[in-house]
Design a protein around this ligand. Structure first.
Ligand code: GLN
Length: 465
């Protein structure tokens, strides 16, 4: 199996992979074989996957899509990587999956089209002239093109859900804190969350069960909740399925703000088509309101850059990252190293973040954004008093042309309108293929759950699929 997928990966021309190493992958496959031969039976053992290049890995370089980390090699594996993997020789290992390599992404996960990667753009396999979404664009393209059965992604403001939507695959961002952030190159620490991207809700459930769980010694924000066997729950629910209405009793809330003029008609039509299928499965649709939806963009684009400016200060050419070849003194070394290492979007966010955190502006921007963030979270709780799951589009349009928005950061930011609010609230959200829009391009349906309700989201998506 590993050889089959390796051959596909080695022939790929989508720009999805940043690093591969056949020797490493085949050694991992042999380790998985040894576990099988010893009688171990578990669903992910020996199944290949690839990791977004923001997860640090001992056996592959980790760049986070940035020149700053070109050729960087981590001395350890991220918690998510070790939980999914076969383990280092002599260690017990995790779920036993075989790593095929590292996947392209926007620099430090900042972007919506993968066009902020310092290395190369990624093509959407449905239309090679279009973006796969971002920032987990390499993960989405690789799964959609069947280069890998599954991939990891990270989602700070939509980076699992939006590329999943634009490439017609399934992806879930769990509740903030479900998966350990240890070994994930940090972008905005109060928002960053890991999650699986795969062909179906069932595959995502298998992966998430292995990825999730407390990591108290390494990530103080990881939730103190035992990992759930999401796949077993799904299979049990399907086995007990009687009659034609397995979602009877499920109330799906439709926020009016997600169905307005800002969303392209072809996307709305596909989303409404999917929702009528949920009705046929027994769910009821109810109208809800998330009045602060529009504010999620300015709030996110204050808080995320603020945290990014702090997180990216570690890339100073001393502790981590690229160091300029010639410099006159220490300050000059910092300046040149950082100017050479960071791309435009990372630089822009460092500047915005530093500005909004600076004395005299902190109260006006950062503190105000934090207060509105709290109100956004409260709005969701009001909505959840009327429904179990919230649904809507993931992205206001289908995939756009590569280069179309590359010089327009605000156009990119506005496209995040439907994913940011649930990220700010820390809620789980997923993208499920809903159908097709203009040009036969995939459209995702977004399902947002209340805290810790990943199982409910995955279950509803599974019945639909
Ligand atoms: N598009 C958003 C941004 O550029 C979200 C990115 C993410 O979730 N990593 O910040």
């Amino acid at each position: 199996v590993t050889q089959h997928f390796l051959a596909r990966v080695q022939a790929e021309q989508l720009g999805a992979f940043l690093a591969t190493n056949a020797d490493v992958s085949l050694a991992q496959a042999r380790a998985a074989d040894a576990r099988l031969a010893a009688g171990e039976r578990s669903p992910l053992l020996g199944v290949p996957l690839a990791h977004k290049d923001v997860f640090v890995t001992r056996d592959f370089p980790t760049t986070a899509g940035s020149k700053m980390l070109e050729n960087y090699r981590s001395p350890f594996d991220a918690t998510v990587v070790s939980r999914l993997g076969v383990g280092q020789p002599g260690t017990q290992g995790g779920a036993g999956m075989v790593t095929l390599g590292k996947l392209n992404c926007d620099e430090f996960a900042m972007g919506s089209g993968n066009d902020n990667s310092a290395y190369k753009p990624v093509q959407n396999p449905w239309d090679l002239s279009r973006v796969p979404g971002g920032s987990s664009g390499g993960s989405a393209a690789a799964v959609a093109a069947r280069l890998v059965p599954a991939a990891t992604g990270t989602d700070t403001g939509g980076s699992i859900r939006q590329p999943a939507s634009l490439t017609g695959i399934t992806g879930i961002k769990p509740t903030y804190g479900r998966c350990s952030r240890y070994g994930m190159v940090a972008f905005a620490s109060s928002l960053d969350q890991a999650g699986p991207m795969a062909r179906s809700a069932l595959d995502c459930a298998l992966l998430l069960s292995a990825m999730a769980g407390p990591d108290p010694d390494r990530d103080s924000t990881s939730l103190d909740l035992p990992a759930t066997d999401y796949a077993a729950d799904l299979i049990a629910a399907t086995a007990g399925r009687t009659g034609a209405a397995p979602l009877k009793g499920l109330r799906i809330g439709l926020p009016s703000q997600f169905f307005g003029a800002g969303c392209a008609p072809d996307v709305l039509a596909a989303v409404r088509g999917a929702l009528s299928e949920f009705e046929k499965l027994g769910a009821t649709l109810v109208d809800v309101s998330l009045p602060l939806t529009e504010l999620s963009i300015p709030v996110y684009y204050v808080i995320a850059p603020a945290e990014a400016s702090s997180n990216l200060s570690r890339f100073d050419g001393v502790r981590y990252g690229h160091r300029a070849a010639n410099y006159s003194d220490l300050t000059d070394m910092y300046k040149k190293s950082r100017s050479e290492g960071f791309g435009d979007e990372a630089t822009r966010r460092i500047m915005i973040g530093t500005y909004v955190l600076s004395h005299g502006y902190y109260d006006a921007y950062y503190l105000k954004a934090q207060k509105i963030r709290r109100l956004i979270a409260q709005d969701f709780q009001k909505a959840f008093s009327q429904c179990d799951i919230i649904a809507g589009p993931v992205s206001p349009t289908v995939a756009w042309k590569i280069g179309e928005k590359s010089d327009d950061p605000v156009a990119n930011y506005l496209a995040d309108i439907y994913t940011l609010s649930s990220s700010l609230a820390g809620l789980p959200g997923m993208s499920v293929p809903a159908g097709f829009g203009a040009g036969g391009l995939p459209v995702g349906l977004q399902l947002i759950g209340n805290y810790f309700k990943e199982g409910q989201l995955l279950g509803a998506a599974h019945q639909f699929q």
